[in-house]
Design a binder for this molecule. Structure first.
Ligand code: 6PG
Length: 244
């Protein structure tokens, strides 16, 4: 049995998984729009996510969705100005959001540049609560899709090993601390990740084997993403799959 089969959820391995991941997103967006009008998605940071956004922004996927019905959130943000090269929202704008007709008022940026990260996180919690339906179980906001990266230490979003944010169950976004710069962050919490209808990890490169083993063995933050009423998917390249 391939080692990737030990991961929770469905695993898709390709030399380049971005095309199949883009097609998956377009399809769940179609279903969400048919059922409720909008498609609510939280974007991730990182190079794997950026490559996926670049594929979504061009033919054929660009033409296959109604961008005007996308409502865009973020799973995490670094405490840096929105025009900083390290800013996740800036990356998403350059790779996708400035290239397609998403309505600006439906892009919800985490304002992590402000001096009071707790207040900014609380404001983002309110945005999630006021713009998303509530999950059937629990009271967390339910997004249609959440995209996540996987760090080499098994972090996801900005839920880092040993950080207090891992324990939060009554707030939807909190400040957190990374082990690499920019250190201060805002991240969505496990209740939001696990309330989602569809969650996909995007994992590429040969350096993720230890993190993937940590997921299988339940000892890294990404292992806590197990949506009970949602689909969990892994889109990874052959290098990442071979490193497990
Ligand atoms: C961050 C990034 C980070 C990223 C993972 C995977 O804010 O630091 O969002 O969590 O998603 O480190 O990054 P790669 O896709 O580049 O491996």
């Amino acid at each position: 049995m391939s080692e990737v089969a030990r991961l929770p959820g469905a695993v898709t391995v390709r030399d380049d998984p971005t095309g199949v991941a883009a097609g998956w997103i377009v399809e769940i967006a179609r279903v969400a729009m048919a059922e409720g009008g909008r498609f609510r998605i939280a974007l991730a940071g990182g190079s794997a996510a950026r490559t996926l956004y670049q594929v979504l922004a061009v033919t054929p996927h660009r033409e296959r969705t109604d961008w005007g019905r996308w409502e865009v959130y973020f799973g995490d943000e670094r405490a840096c100005p929105p025009d900083d090269p390290a800013n996740n929202c800036r990356m998403a704008r350059e790779a996708l959001l400035d290239l397609v007709p998403v309505r600006p008022e439906l892009i919800h940026r985490m304002e992590a540049e402000c001096s009071d990260l707790d207040a900014a996180a609380a404001e983002y919690s309110s945005i999630l609560a006021s713009t998303c339906p509530t999950a059937a179980t629990g009271s967390a906001p339910r997004l249609d899709c959440i995209l996540l990266g996987l760090g080499e230490n098994g972090h996801t979003a900005s839920l880092f090993p040993g950080d207090p944010s891992l324990q939060v169950r009554d707030r939807w976004a909190v400040r957190s601390r990374a082990d690499y710069a920019p250190f201060d962050r805002i991240t969505v919490t496990y209740p939001v990740l696990n309330a989602a209808a569809h969650v996909a990890f995007l994992v590429t490169g040969p350096a993720k084997g230890e993190a993937l083993r940590g997921v299988v063995e339940g000892r890294v933050p990404a292992a806590g993403v197990r949506p009970p009423d949602g689909e969990l998917r892994w889109f990874m390249d052959t290098a990442a799959a071979g490193s497990l």
